[in-house]
Write a protein that binds this ligand. Structure first.
Ligand code: ACO
Length: 377
């Protein structure tokens, strides 16, 4: 307890800081549901568009409502040409997450409802930004790779269109569905660091684009969304299944932090990792790159046996994304393309029942002392 009776809880671990109708995360039993629907059912049976509607409105859409949401997402795909121009002017080698953060800020400059925090305006912005974020990620990637951006295809759903804008090729139905399900699995996860960031920014009555730009910054870190990219770099470093044991022994001896393992809330298992494992197995087999799946399974078993650590959502998404052809440094932007649904739903919820988020800090610095003018220091 500090002198004002508050308790210091480092990392806010275990602190409940909001009420939500969005995400029911049962860490003890490894269960996760959005608005009451189990994540496995949503990943298997719903499209990302349905999940967006669910998170924004609290209910799964009826057919006509889904048509409206889908058409509105398609209509919102275009990004301002000034943003495309800005991508061309960015220094070569600009990190895609840094470019994305700048893009979200710029999209706010062009959004007609940018400063309107009313519920309906936020809903419109949530939908527009979800759609534009995908286009922005792909356009930046194409430009940095010396290619022209690919115009969105109005006959493709959100996930398949993302892969089309990224590669210029229409994905197969199986690949499109796997990518769609991954976006769903990443769509929402309660008060993780990036979502908490968006809520904190929103709680000052700032606007949706500013909050999402902050969320992108928080997601970028390797202890959060950046872990997936780090997992793939680890698998690439290992190179072959036969090298897993030697790598693990070395990493354990060096007490390395193993990316894609461990979770602040799930202690028994991350349900998303179990689903992604099956998806990674199928995708790696179908793309002829089964060794990445085999390597991940071997590493999982070895690390779990040695340290009892469980794989989190970012572990099996790494071989999955890799086998779907997503460049390694786009793994985190892809997670943002899914999490935008949850960020914006949390922003709506926070605006609708706001209280400024303002915790305290326990001061441990020097005691009160007399000021000494610079000439006498
Ligand atoms: N590798 C090695 N040891 C680990 C790992 C890991 N990935 N995760 C936890 N541990 C160990 C710690 O060393 C610590 O051991 P100790 O008690 O002997 O010191 C113990 O487990 C507890 O670890 P903490 O860091 O205190 O647990 P915390 O709840 O803060 O960590 C976190 C959660 C940050 C996710 C951590 O597990 C980690 O760094 N994982 C790797 C990064 C990662 O995969 N992040 C993605 C998370 S999911 C997401 O954000 C999308």
């Amino acid at each position: 307890m500090d002198k004002e009776g508050s308790q210091l809880i480092r990392g806010l671990e275990g602190v409940v800081a909001a009420e939500t109708r969005l995400c029911d995360l049962d860490g003890a039993n490894g269960r996760l549901a959005y608005c009451g629907y189990d994540i496995a059912d949503l990943a298997r049976q719903a499209t990302f568009e349905e999940v967006c509607h669910l998170l924004w409105h609290g209910e799964l859409p009826a057919a006509a409502q889904l048509d409206r949401t889908t058409l509105a997402l398609i209509a919102a795909r275009e990004i301002p040409r000034e943003l495309v121009q800005a991508f061309r002017l960015m220094p070569p080698g600009t990190d895609p997450m840094r470019a994305l953060q700048a893009a979200v800020a710029m999209l706010g400059m062009h959004d007609p409802d940018a400063t309107d925090n009313a519920h309906d305006a936020n809903l419109k912005k949530a939908l527009r930004l979800t759609s534009q974020l995908a286009t922005a990620i792909c356009a930046h990637h194409r430009i940095r790779s010396g290619q022209e951006p690919v115009a969105p295809a109005a006959d493709l759903g959100h996930a398949a269109n993302f892969l089309y804008m990224l590669t210029g090729k229409r994905p197969s139905g199986v690949v499109g569905k796997a990518f769609d399900a991954s976006l769903t699995l990443y769509a929402e996860h309660e008060l993780n660091a990036s979502t908490f960031t968006t809520r904190t920014i929103t709680s000052t009555q700032s606007d949706l684009h500013s909050a999402v730009a902050g969320g992108v910054g928080a997601l970028k870190g390797p202890l959060h969304g950046g872990a997936g990219e780090a997992v793939m770099r680890t698998l690439l470093e290992i190179g072959e299944v036969a090298n897993v044991d030697a790598f693990s022994d070395r990493a354990l001896a060096e007490k390395r932090r193993l990316m894609g393992f461990g979770h602040r809330v799930y202690k028994a298992g991350d349900p998303r990792a179990a689903i992604l494992r099956g998806m990674a197995e199928d995708a790696c087999r179908q793309s002829g790159q089964f060794k990445w799946y085999e390597m991940a399974v071997a590493l999982h078993a070895r690390i779990n046996k040695a340290k009892g650590l469980i794989p989190n959502v970012d572990f099996y998404s790494a071989p999955l994304f890799y086998s779907l052809g997503v460049p390694v440094d786009l793994f985190t932007p892809v997670i943002a393309a899914g999490r935008i649904a949850g960020w914006t739903a949390n922003i709506l919820e926070q605006h609708d029942d706001n209280r400024l988020i303002r915790p305290r800090a326990d001061y441990v610095g020097a005691g009160r002392r007399a000021f000494v003018p610079v000439a006498r220091r």
